[in-house]
Ligand binder design. Structure first.
Ligand code: ZN
Length: 314
């Protein structure tokens, strides 16, 4: 089955990575697996389950290899995504059997140095090494490789990020051999007009089939507005996190990633099929809440409930 069979929009759940890395408690592996099981039961097709970074940097994700292996064994058709900061991480991801590798490249070089401790040139070297690694994998088993341009809509350290810079980085990632490019609003700076403008510019440079996904945060409340803008210019994959897990350290009360429950409700209400059942998400949220007692979970739909007479897109 293809990833987009029977659906219009792919909602890619990143809570087990982006959410869990942003909170202090370490969720035990067994609890992660229970949560992922519940998400899959709800109809989620792609989940970013972790990140292959050194355990001392992110103890919350130290079990990523184990999680990938266990999830692949339990859910063979789930698209299991992981973040890899470098070629070493990619090797571990390959060994574990991940289906998708995402390498973050910060559009802001200041942010890149602070976050990955690498210049753009150094990140490109890692990209080339990963492409080499992947080229040795037989065709049918080769995972998808995405270069994700983070801070694409603005940076907390540098401020404005020029569209031309993002476009040039996207072109370079494709030239080096990435299958596709994603854009991430890491800092929650994006607005809908900017989303339309930047997506169009990147599409014009590398082709719409090479840039299908957006990773949006809801720091300033524009997450879902930015999703609609993305839909209008042909984006078909959106990252989100159940319960907006992790929140935003700079904006108390704001979720971190856009909230999966609210995103799925909006898309289905608009007549766009996600393959995900809101009731299933409710069950998964209960599993998550039990595993992380006291950790705030966000979302309007979970609080208000579904509207009377709500029907999913057919
Ligand atoms: Zn993020």
């Amino acid at each position: 089955m293809g990833m987009m069979d029977g659906i219009d929009v792919l909602v890619s759940e990143v809570g087990p990575r982006d959410g869990l890395q942003s909170i202090r408690p370490v969720m035990p592996t067994a609890a992660k697996l229970r949560w992922i099981d519940a998400l899959v039961a709800a109809g989620v097709r792609e989940i970013e389950v972790g990140s292959f970074v050194p355990a001392q940097l992110l103890p919350q994700l130290a079990d990523t290899g184990e999680v990938v292996r266990a999830v692949k064994a339990r859910h063979p058709s789930l698209h299991v995504a992981v973040l890899v900061p470098n070629a070493k991480g990619a090797e571990a991801a390959l060994a574990a059997g991940a289906d998708k590798l995402t390498l973050p490249l910060s559009a802001s070089e200041t942010h890149s140095l602070k976050n990955l401790r690498r210049t753009h040139a150094q990140v490109f070297e890692e990209v080339a090494r990963i492409v080499d690694l992947l080229s040795a994998v037989p065709g049918g088993q080769r995972p998808q490789f995405e270069g994700a341009v983070s801070t694409a809509f603005g940076c907390t350290l540098e401020g404005e990020v020029a569209d031309t810079k993002v476009v040039a980085l996207a072109e370079r990632l494709i030239a080096l051999g990435c299958d596709e490019v994603g854009l991430s609003d890491t800092s929650g700076y994006a607005n809908p007009a900017q989303v339309r403008r930047l997506v169009k510019a990147v599409h014009a440079a590398i082709g719409p089939e090479r840039m299908t996904g957006l990773h949006l945060h809801n720091t300033r409340g524009l997450g879902l507005a930015n999703v609609v803008a993305g839909l209008e210019v042909g984006i078909t994959t959106f990252d989100s996190s159940q319960g907006g897990l992790g929140g935003c350290p700079f904006a108390p009360g704001a979720s971190g990633n856009i909230v999966t429950e609210d995103l799925v409700f909006m898309l289905e209400a608009m007549g766009l099929r996600t393959g995900i059942a809101p009731e299933g998400l409710e069950a998964a949220r209960a599993v998550l809440a039990e595993a992380l007692p006291g950790e705030p979970l966000y979302g309007f739909v979970p609080e208000a409930g579904l509207p009377l007479g709500f029907r999913r897109a057919a």
